[in-house]
Design a protein around this ligand. Sequence first.
Ligand code: 9MR
Length: 366
Amino acid sequence: MKLIKPCLLAITALLFVNCTAQKKISSLKDVYKKDFYIGTALSANQIEQKDAKVNSLICKEFNAITAENIMKSMFIHPQKDKYDFALTDKFVAYGKKNKMYIHGHTLIWHSQLAPWMTQIKDSTEMKAFMKDHITTIVSKYKGRIDSWDVVNEALNEDGTLRKSVFLNTLGEQYLIDAFKLAAAADPKTDLYYNDYNNEEPAKREGTINLIKKIKAAGGKVDGVGIQAHWRLESPSLEEIEKSILAYSAIGVKVAFTELDITVLPNPWDLKGADVNQNFEGSAKMNPYPESLPDSVQEKLAQRYSDIFKLFLKHKDKISRVTFWGVYDGQSWLNDWPIKGRTNYPLLFDTQLKPKKAYNALIDLKK
Ligand code: 9MR
């Protein structure tokens, strides 16, 4: 028995050498292979494969990738006449090399715009911008990027259209134009509308109306992205299921595009709390700075398990489930909505070890 263990360890270590050699080890992407893609968001360092252990984990567990930041407007199109495709080229090459599904995030979004874009004043200028921006980016990767978030977060919580430089200059026509331009640049890539909280009733209705309107005007919308930045207690499985069914009923694929589950207190939940209050450094708001107690670890595993059970029930309607990051240590939720906390929203811990939540998702498929 004592000898067998080191032997097994040596064999396992050998199997970890590269993506291809890892095929025999069970992993998320393998166990869910027949159900939907299992994706992750990649940081710039991960795209550049700066850390071999992280890279090995990405190759082993995931078969779909999204760039967490580098394809956003301010990075990919920093000046009117200047695009920067260096990192996106590496991102696409990485996906191709590892035979992964490649998702483009994102073409039209009010946030992370280059400063010059926020200065666009009228419809003529905005039309020219959208045509150049969408056509240049989508055609450059024609046939190589499997799907795009054409428009991200265009709605308010009540389902009305969010104020933005796009809405101000073009009205709601900008949404139709964006989808038409993307389809013209690459007719085969799948086009998504992506948002958060769109599993909640009002925003869901708004999303459905929006997609119907775009389609009625001749735009092509293939899917809706539910970001899924969720909590232990909410949203309810019932609302998630209603959303899968409602979106599917209007003929679009459903993707869960940015899944993570916060385990930390939310300043907005504190009755009477001033959300502008500075909670940085507050021990009460950062209850697990060293490690996550077992009881919460269990809750997180149960929550992930319940969610994936539902996903499996509707796997025919779900194209992809992407986690927003590879492991806890790099999650954006360590710095939002309060900077410098220690959160535990993903399936791998800071040491890259699989958590109970990971095992629960593997067990679901046994
Ligand atoms: O995870 C991203 C974080 O690193 C960036 O600082 C942030 C800037 O807005 O964007 C984060 O990703 C967002 C995604 O692009 C769109 N949906 C919400 C995500 C979390 O904020």
